[in-house]
Design a protein. Structure first.
Length: 133
C-alpha cells in the first residue's frame, strides 16, 4: 500500500466525521424539536422511526465515503497513473466505516440531550487536522 493512501484517509476521516455531524445536526435542530410533537402523534413505532433516521445518517456517511474513494481514484490515476486502487478499497472501508459508525452513535446520544454540544463535537476533528498539519 502507498503511504499517500494512509495520509489521505487519515485527513479525510476527520472531514467525513464533520460531514456526518452536519447530517446529524439536522435531526436535533430547533425546527426538528418543534415537529417532534407531530411525529410522536403518528402510529409509527418510535424505535423503527429512530432506526430509519439513523439509517439515513449512515447512508449519507456512506455517500461521503464513496466521494472520498472517487477522489482518491482520480488523484491516483491523474498524478501517478496508477489504476489498481480497488486494492485499497478493503483497508479504506475497514478504517472509515467503523469510525463513522462510532461517530454516529456518539453524536446521536449527545445530540438527544445536548444539541448545542454537536457543534463543539464538530470542532474536535477540525482541531485535530490543524494540529496534524
Amino acid at each position: 500500500h502507498s503511504p499517500w493512501w494512509s495520509t489521505w484517509v487519515a485527513y479525510l476521516v476527520y472531514l467525513c466525521m464533520v460531514g456526518t455531524l452536519f447530517f446529524l445536526s439536522f435531526f436535533f435542530s430547533k425546527s426538528e424539536q418543534r415537529t417532534s410533537v407531530i411525529t410522536h402523534a403518528t402510529p409509527v413505532n418510535p424505535l423503527i422511526y429512530a432506526f430509519i433516521r439513523c439509517s439515513a445518517a449512515f447512508v449519507g456517511s456512506l455517500l461521503l465515503i464513496a466521494a472520498v474513494f472517487l477522489l482518491a481514484a482520480v488523484f491516483y490515476g491523474r498524478f501517478f497513473h496508477w489504476y489498481h486502487w480497488e486494492t485499497l478499497l478493503i483497508p479504506g472501508c475497514l478504517l472509515l466505516i467503523p469510525i463513522l459508525l462510532i461517530d454516529i452513535l456518539i453524536s446521536w446520544f449527545i445530540g438527544r440531550k445536548f444539541p448545542w454540544l454537536l457543534v463543539i463535537w464538530m470542532l474536535v476533528p477540525v482541531f485535530i487536522i490543524i494540529i496534524i498539519l
